[in-house]
Design a protein. Sequence first.
Length: 325
Amino acid sequence: MAPLPDFIDDLGSGVFAVDTGFLRPRFDAAYLLAHNGRAAFIDTGNNHAVPRLLAALEAIGLPREAVDYVIPTHVHLDHAGGAGLLMAHLPGATMVVHPRGARHMIDPTALYEGALAVYGPEEMERSYGRLVGIDAARVRPSHDGMDVVLGGERVLHLVDTPGHARHHHCIWDGVTRGWFTGDAFGLSCREFDSERGAWIVPTSPPTQFEPLALRASVQRLVSFAPEWLYLTHYGRVGDVPRLATRMLSLLDAMVLIGRRVRGAADRHAVLKHELTQLYAASLAEHGVEPTAQVLDLLSMDIELNAQGIAVWLDRQANADTEGQA
């Protein structure tokens, strides 16, 4: 096989990480799995990533007809925004998607309009492009404990993993003893790798952040004793017990911050400040100096995490009020 393009990493055992190019290099990955001449994509990035995904197939010597499955971990646009366009190029592929997300892949109008309201038309075009729907006959909803078989023998095991989003599942590959985690196990910016290894942080975007569910999902993933995590943001990481400890510790700290500042007059600004301080301290402990440039790499996630915590706090308050009625 000829040398691979620089946006593809061969991780061994038929697993290839494809840098989708979203936002910055090595931030957003799609994964191409190849086995016995058949292939699957796990996560797709956005529409602008599709040429890279098709080029990855060509680079490893497989035709488009060899792809049997496209499996987004969930339907947030940095994970599945390009799924419909990709499927249009893969005539034999079936999409396997969480049942709560299936309708959004078939008709992405609501998904697009919701994102458009947040980002505006110029940013939507720049970051995502127009979403493409998928024929319902090609969409297969997943279920907890579902197995799909790649290449006649490679079993991919899907489990329901809410907490980041209710339409989230993760995919277990027994060949590598690794989880394709989407956002259920947080994100790990490669810029923050140190002599201690990778650094990881939970993501709590609006509108479905549920910390107890996320904690249970992480613990369920860890119970398989994985050797690897294949993160969408970004790449393959090991040393899973240490990362799980850091992930859950930061999750607990984020919950405590939310509860402490829930009544603040300018709650969003306070949440962003407190999260910034939390992550800066964690990075310093990890051996990464939390300079302004370093923290700027987390600015988008701090903004979204603050929004997600606020939505969760309001949902909790509404539930308490209803319980007292």
